[in-house]
Design a protein around this ligand. Structure first.
Ligand code: NAG
Ligand code: NAG
Length: 340
């Protein structure tokens, strides 16, 4: 139904689909609004009500808890199992496909590509039970790693941490992988925020930022974990983004802000709850995350630069091979992977 150029959802959408849209809205809404509303509420209580001690108590908690995102996080398995996350998965739908088992005798370091706008696939598959990851890979606990700024906003940080996510720092990853000799999988969205600026649907090639990221294999525990490539087909298609070609004024401004604040200031174009023409909700487009076979890594104490380079090349090779094995199922055949 189109009125004044806006495409509305039909009035009689089945309840099933309404619940799915709601789940996705809660996820994106918490990301954008939970922090600001929290700050506003705390300030209001402090200045204008007799409950001024509540913000003070929260502040004390916040300070006491400041290191948690870097020291293993705070997973709440019962939140990960919410049926809301199953609705979230059914919305797109998000699917999880494995090429091989992951033996819980080892730890794993999973590279997740591409970043897309908001990592909808990686979040659903590895930070919730939306696609039953603990049944797909029995005996493995998945930990999503992400930017520090996800753990700054009041209340949102607590909510987000229930997913088991931790910061993507060396210390934090060492903490998770070092706490156990097996059964842990750390997921790193390797391209990070800069890659999200390249995210546009239906491009002829998908650009991954990987070559400058060689520092990661230098992490001590990285070398005690096997490397696993994974690719989320469709991740780049769930949002449109305002055009920002390299060299444009907008892109220069975005690159500058991204370096300053860490987050990439993408201008997303999605849909709303009741209409399809504009908004911050991603489109219903399928995402399939394929988890590849593990590349076995022998622990060598202090690796030489040569060994690190070799591992890095091997990883890129396996990632490309994984993409080529599956791409025809999800993309037109001319789409290429462009690793920079
Ligand atoms: C997850 O597991 C439940 C129960 O075992 C099953 O009903 C459901 O279909 C599974 N979901 C997916 C996405 O595989
Ligand atoms: C990738 O695609 C863009 C636009 O479709 C094009 O400008 C660019 O040259 C392509 N790069 C490669 C390596 O194919």
């Amino acid at each position: 139904m189109r009125i004044f150029g806006i495409e509305y959802a039909p009035l009689l959408v089945p309840l099933e689909r309404r619940k799915q849209t709601w789940a996705v809205f809660v996820w994106i809404g918490s990301f954008f609004f939970m922090g600001p509303i929290g700050i506003f509420g705390l300030l209001y209580m402090f200045f204008f009500t007799r409950f001024y001690f509540i913000p003070l108590l929260y502040l004390a908690w916040y300070i006491a808890d400041i290191k948690t995102p870097e020291t293993g996080g705070r997973r709440w398995t019962w939140v990960q199992k919410w049926s809301m996350w199953k609705d979230y998965a059914s919305y797109f739908p998000v699917k999880l496909v494995k090429e091989a088992e992951l033996d819980p005798k080892f730890n794993y370091f999973i590279g997740s590509h591409p970043h897309g706008i908001l990592c909808s696939g990686a979040f659903c598959n590895f930070a919730t039970e939306g696609t039953n990851v603990s049944q797909v890979f029995p005996g493995i606990t998945f930990t999503l790693t992400t930017l520090n700024c996800q753990f700054v906003m009041p209340f949102y940080r607590e909510f987000f941490m229930t997913s088991g996510a931790v910061t993507a720092s060396k210390k934090s990853i060492d903490y998770v992988l070092g706490s156990s000799r097996g059964g842990k999988a750390v997921v790193l969205v390797v391209g990070g925020a800069p890659e999200s600026l390249n995210t546009h649907p239906n491009l002829d090639n998908i650009t991954l930022i990987l070559k400058p990221r060689k520092d990661y294999p230098n992490m001590p525990y990285f070398l005690s974990a096997h490397l696993v490539p994974s690719f989320s087909f469709g991740e780049n298609e769930v949002y449109d983004q305002v055009d920002n070609p390299h060299g444009s004024r907008l892109r220069r401004f975005q690159d500058y802000l991204q370096k300053m604040i860490g987050l990439a200031p993408v201008i997303i174009k999605g849909r709303g709850i009741f209409q399809y023409s504009f908004g911050i909700i991603p489109y219903r487009r399928p995402i399939t995350t394929v988890v590849g076979k593990a590349i076995h890594v022998e622990r060598t104490g202090n690796p030489t630069e040569e060994e690190v380079n070799e591992l890095h090349s091997k990883y890129m090779e396996e990632l490309r091979a994984l993409f080529d094995r599956h791409k025809n199922k999800y993309y037109p055949s001319h789409i290429k992977l462009n690793i920079i």
